[in-house]
Ligand binder design. Sequence first.
Ligand code: CP
Ligand code: NVA
Length: 308
Amino acid sequence: PASMTGRHLLSFLEYSSEEINQLLHSAKTYKEHPELKQGVLSGKSLGMIFENASTRTRVSFEVGLTQMGGHALFLSPRDLQIGRGEPVRDTAQVLSRYLDAIMIRTNSHELVEEFAHYATVPVINALTDAYHPCQALADLLTIQEQKGILKGLKLAYFGDGNNVAHSLLIAGAKMGMHVVLATPSEHKADQEIVALAKEIALTTEAIIEETTDAHSAAKDADVVYTDVWASMGFETEQSLREQSLAAYQVNEELLSEAKEDYIFLHCLPAHRGEEVTAEVIDGSHSVVYDQAENRLHAQQAILAALIG
Ligand code: CP
Ligand code: NVA
């Protein structure tokens, strides 16, 4: 496959199944042999623009690059001139003259696309309203680690058809998985993204499905996934969403449909008693902390591929 050096990572739509496999392989290697990362990104700098809060993404990128010999800078739009109206095109071109890569978390996927258009170094999407690709790579790594394979596994996602759901659709489709989204009709995934995933599925033997019936989605699932009901930017809809999403809570009753050896994933932060019960997320099938740890290994693989 073509080298990944110098490329942006906005959604994984830009990457082939083979390239995603390469990233997974590299992440696994770094996890098993941490000595191999030393000095790999010596002298490299990553700018991290966070318009929204973050625990995992910020810390795993910053520590991840430090472990590889590089340096990450946390850039708040409150401090950058972009927060006072400096154009994206100027910010992107100027920062590209200092940095080896730029990571951005913002609500607007269009803004990240615009930034990537003008930047002359790789731009990494660290979560937008549309996608969360770094999370999806860590999710694939976690599933592969637990199940040994990805192809053919049934992943059932419950709740809001959001950024995380979209990235699972694309990543799952690329890897030949059976991805089912169970969402209420008023919180379905973006239908254009569902169509893109279905198109990819034609060449990978993946199965992409949507349903409003949580129980049918859970049936024989290998991987059960949920995320917050009100994503960043939608906080004012919290109480409305609690009503329409209540039937999609991941709890023991729903999980009686899943395979006996199912694993439970959640990108975190989690809300016990809302999208998932404490019994499930703190139970023996849950691998959420391995999943969170895998953000570090997955992103080290991404950084090495794009700027190594
Ligand atoms: N899962 C995730 O991206 O977490 P943070 O919002 O804490 O970065
Ligand atoms: N869907 C959530 C994920 C947080 C990591 C959000 O966008 O807030």
